[in-house]
Ligand binder design. Structure first.
Ligand code: IPE
Ligand code: IPE
Ligand code: MG
Length: 242
């Protein structure tokens, strides 16, 4: 098995999570959707903290999609404020806990203050290596591949790259995730069994787990159970195992 392919027996090296169900969680309590987003943010802290013990080196979380702008202006601006506050409040602890933070997605539509906090956190944690946390904000798989194709076409136009050299590896190198391994396991909470434009290219051979629990109820214990279940899977990557 090539080195970059993770054997399920060793546990997933890279886990990606579609953190869904915050709105329904709040609704069940008769509270505004933003109340659910705040509860969801507290769960992020718990799940990140659980990664080292679980042998998860890379954790990638879907925080805001390119389609989430369709929501009401008050929900969108509430989420953007939450992202800013989260970075401000968590930066020290993330650094102390050895977490390297990266952001993926198109920053062009995000406000300058948020983008500068994102840049600062990436820089602050650049030497950390215990857990690699990637947060997807204004991220869409199709948008990411489109932006990559655009940059690639620009390189060809400038004569720095020949179209003949374009292969899967070259394209991967232009994606936002170019420094990350592919996810081994993608978890989606809230009972929806769809990927909603998350890591389309990178998840070609990922295992999927769709969990009924709403994200604000997803505990470190349940996370550990999902990871244990991953160990029962047989990953073949198109081949045939002995
Ligand atoms: C996921 O929870 C968080 C974001 C998309 C920002 P939702 O807000 O989608 O919650 P539901 O799916 O409406 O319950
Ligand atoms: C996916 O959830 C995006 C995030 C978790 C950030 P959505 O709630 O936006 O997805 P759909 O609309 O149910 O497909
Ligand atoms: Mg949702």
């Amino acid at each position: 098995m090539p080195e970059d392919q993770n054997d399920s027996k060793t546990g997933p090296n890279h886990v990606a999570i579609i953190m869904d169900g915050n709105g329904r969680w709040a609704q069940q309590r008769g509270r505004p959707r933003l109340f659910g987003h705040h509860a969801g943010a507290r769960r992020v802290r718990e799940i990140v903290a659980a990664c080292p013990d679980q042998g998860v080196k890379y954790l990638t979380i879907f925080a805001f999609s390119t389609e989430n702008w369709k929501r009401t202006q008050s929900e969108v601006s509430g989420l953007m404020t939450l992202f800013r506050k989260y970075i401000e409040n968590e930066a020290k602890a993330l650094l102390k806990n050895g977490v390297r933070v990266r952001f993926i997605g198109d920053r062009i539509r995000l406000d300058d203050k948020l983008v500068s906090l994102m840049d600062e956190l990436e820089l602050l944690t650049a030497d950390s290596d215990l857990v690699h946390l990637t947060v997807a904000i204004n991220y869409g798989g199709r948008d990411e591949v489109t932006r990559a194709a655009q940059r690639l076409a620009h390189e060809v136009e400038q004569g720095r790259l020949s179209y003949k050299d374009v292969d899967a590896e070259t394209l991967s190198g232009f994606l936002d995730t170019h420094v990350l391994p592919d996810p081994d396991l993608v978890i989606r909470t809230s009972g929806e069994a769809r990927i909603s434009n998350f890591l389309l290219w990178q998840s070609a051979y990922a295992e999927y787990e769709f969990i009924d629990t709403l994200w604000p109820d997803f505990t470190a214990k349940e996370f550990a159970n999902v990871l244990a279940n991953y160990g029962n899977r047989e990953r073949r990557f198109g081949g045939v195992n002995a």
